[in-house]
Write a protein that binds this ligand. Structure first.
Ligand code: C2E
Ligand code: MG
Ligand code: MG
Length: 627
């Protein structure tokens, strides 16, 4: 080292006879020491490596005695590291020390050579860049790199520090290389364990966030699409519970394998937990490609799973949220895809559903509500309530309106005003409507047997029902089965439903008329029926909408509409029913204008059949609502 330093000193332009200066050593070693000490968080300091105290080292540096040189050299050689001095071009101007065994060649061979002569081009370039950065910013550069050496592939950690010394007019750095292969291996193993699912070997949710963030950024940059797909096995719990966890685990492993085969190499498949998987699909040129990919993934479940002698048919449901469009916030993506997955399940499982901005939560809420309603109909959870109608003149009970109730629904869905439109749009109104009719007929028979005079039972018909060419036939059939006379029924339809003459709806209305069923126009005033239309159909009653009754005594518009409606009904020879009467003021107005029938909370709320029986006593008079 003495010789090396002498040469170094010469290169630095010092006179040949200048005695080797310990301060030169001190500078270099200082840098090495800095390189260690500055490595943040890492207690990997020179003192530690050398197992000497700071004080002792200070002393070593400061004493600057010739004897120190030898000792310092010994210390450097004792380092587990290779220490080089490189110039800005990447030339090994000095090999300060280290373990030749780690270098796999004599240290002397390296000296004077460029990095590019000793290392693969990529690695050499990588080092040169780091040297440049270190010199430019006067800072420590930390690198991790792998090299293939005679004993195999090894991982190294490199630390680069500027020395502040020039050699041959070029800046220099100290380069310390340490073999961290074992450390890196256990670190990587730990990292793998922390980020992967032990059962399936797939990445786990800790990796998802980062991968998703990168995928969204890439899609933005490349101006294409990605899709986040949440996939959940259908009825996995049943399999797990009935066949045991062992088989459940095997099933999950096989699912992971099939997913791997169904996806592309670059797609990320994550086991999110339980039987839920999340897949990030990237590089989709058109949005519809996500649908194709989703179907392909679901098709992977087409073949039965053969596990421990069982042949299991397993399906999955998937929810998809496209990005980058649907990502006002990246963390919403997963929630959207998850909701879409539940919608797919609600819509009957073994399918996928998209989250889309336009439909947004409404479409999902609609699908979810639809499936709950379907279940409620199947499980006979619906109930029919009845709201009495009274003749205003003498308080006699003249009829009841049947109104469907869904007691088990979530509070926000409990109103028929919410779930009837869903039933209407989804087609569920057909089974629901038939159930209402059956139920009402059954009740009519019970009331008849009990000797109650209930007038007639009004039933609401929806637009879809009315336009079903089979409706009249079905109604006839149900009436016949219960032996109920058509005159005991009234069908309520809304103005907007009374459409074309000669159409299916018209034919149905005629048929009902033929069966003696009375017809009423519901919610009158809210649609756009023309007088001509009203005259054309065999109507018997007109129900003024609750929204007009509401304003009686307060709003002159509502009063004008109500009185005009009553006058119109009289001219058309229709009976008028005022709906939603809540106050005495409203009742007084209606009495003054000669409205015939009233229905509203002032008199009675809709209630179960059992609660209104007493009202059918022959002398029933206007009573107060009880339910
Ligand atoms: P609708 O046929 O106009 O029924 C009258 C609605 O007004 C009922 O609401 C009733 O509870 C309510 N109501 C009656 N009196 C008062 C009152 O004094 N104050 C207030 N605030 N409300 C009053 P409901 O039961 O929520 O039904 C809403 C709508 O749902 C019904 O309007 C009807 O269009 C539809 N619907 C209900 N049951 C059926 C059914 O079985 N089939 C069909 N197709 N539609 C139904
Ligand atoms: Mg009604
Ligand atoms: Mg109404």
């Amino acid at each position: 080292m003495h010789r090396l330093l002498a040469r170094q000193v010469r290169k630095l332009g010092m006179k040949a006879h200048t005695p080797p200066d310990a301060s030169q050593w001190a500078v270099l070693l200082d840098k090495i020491s800095d390189a260690y000490q500055q490595a943040d968080n890492d207690r990997y300091t020179l003192e530690r490596s050398l197992q000497i105290s700071s004080d002792e080292m200070q002393e070593l540096f400061q004493r600057q005695k010739a004897t120190t040189e030898g000792r310092l050299q010994a210390l450097v050689n004792a380092l587990p590291d290779l220490v080089f001095m490189l110039d800005e071009d990447g030339r090994h101007v000095e090999v300060i020390g280290g373990d030749e065994k780690k270098l796999f060649r004599p240290i002397a061979e390296i000296k004077g050579h460029l990095l590019s002569e000793l290392l693969p081009a990529n690695t050499a370039a990588f080092f040169r860049q780091a040297i440049r950065r270190s010199l430019q910013n006067s800072c420590l550069e930390l690198l991790e790199y792998t090299l293939t050496v005679p004993v195999g592939r090894r991982t190294f950690e490199g630390r680069i520090m500027p020395t502040g010394l020039k050699v041959g007019g070029r800046q220099t750095v100290v380069f310390v290389a340490r073999d961290i292969t074992e450390l890196a291996r256990s670190r990587d193993e730990l990292e793998h364990i922390a980020t992967h699912d032990a059962l399936t070997g797939l990445p786990n949710r800790t990796l998802l966030d980062e991968r998703l963030r990168q995928a969204v950024a890439r899609a933005r940059r490349r101006r294409n699409y990605g899709a986040l797909l949440v996939l959940d096995l259908d009825r996995f719990k049943q399999i797990n519970d009935s066949l045991g966890h062992q088989i459940g685990d095997e099933l999950l492993q096989e699912v992971a394998e099939r997913l791997r085969r169904a996806c592309r190499q670059e797609d990320t498949i994550v086991r999110f937990g339980g039987d839920e998987f999340v897949i990030i699909l990237e590089d989709l040129q058109v949005e519809s490609a996500a649908a194709g990919a989703a179907q392909h993934i679901l098709d992977a479940f087409g073949e039965p799973f053969r596990l421990a002698g069982f042949e299991l048919e397993v399906t999955a449901s998937a929810g998809i949220c496209m990005f980058p469009e649907n990502t006002p916030r990246d963390d919403e993506l997963l929630r959207h895809a998850d909701n879409a997955m539940y919608a797919a399940k609600d819509a009957g499982r073994n399918r996928y559903a998209f989250y889309t901005e336009e439909l947004g939560g409404n479409a999902l809420a609609f699908l979810a509500l639809e499936s709950r309603l379907r279940k409620a109909i199947d499980d006979a959870e619906l109930r029919l309530f009845y709201q009495p109608q009274f003749r205003l003149r003498d308080g006699a009970l003249v009829g009841v309106e049947a109104l469907v109730r869904w007691p088990g629904a979530q509070p926000e869905h409990r109103s028929p005003a919410v779930f009837i439109p869903v039933a209407e749009m989804s087609g569920l109104i057909e089974p629901l409507g038939l159930w209402v009719l059956e139920e009402a007929c059954g009740q009519i028979v019970r009331w008849q047997q009990a000797g109650f005079d209930f007038g007639q039972v009004a039933i609401n018909l929806s637009c879809r029902q009315l336009n079903n060419p089979l409706l009249a036939e079905r109604v006839k059939h149900i009436l016949a089965r219960h032996r109920v006379d058509g005159s005991l029924l009234e069908f309520e339809i809304t103005e907007s439903m009374v459409v074309k003459e000669g159409g299916i709806a018209h034919a149905n209305l005629e048929a009902f008329n033929g069966m003696g069923i009375r017809l009423a126009i519901d919610d009158f005033g809210t649609g756009h029926s023309s007088l001509v239309n009203l005259k054309r159909f065999p109507l018997r009653r007109l129900k003024i909408d609750r929204s007009f009754i509401d304003g009686l005594g307060e709003d002159s518009n509502d009063e004008a509409i109500t009185s005009a409606s009553i006058a119109l009904a009289k001219q058309l020879k229709l009976e008028v029913v005022a709906e939603g009467v809540e106050t005495e003021t409203q009742a007084a107005f209606l009495r003054r204008h000669d409205c015939e029938v009233v229905q509203g909370f002032l008199y009675a709320k809709p209630m179960p059949a059992a609660e209104i029986d007493w009202r059918f006593a022959p002398n029933a008079t206007l009573g107060r609502g009880s339910a």
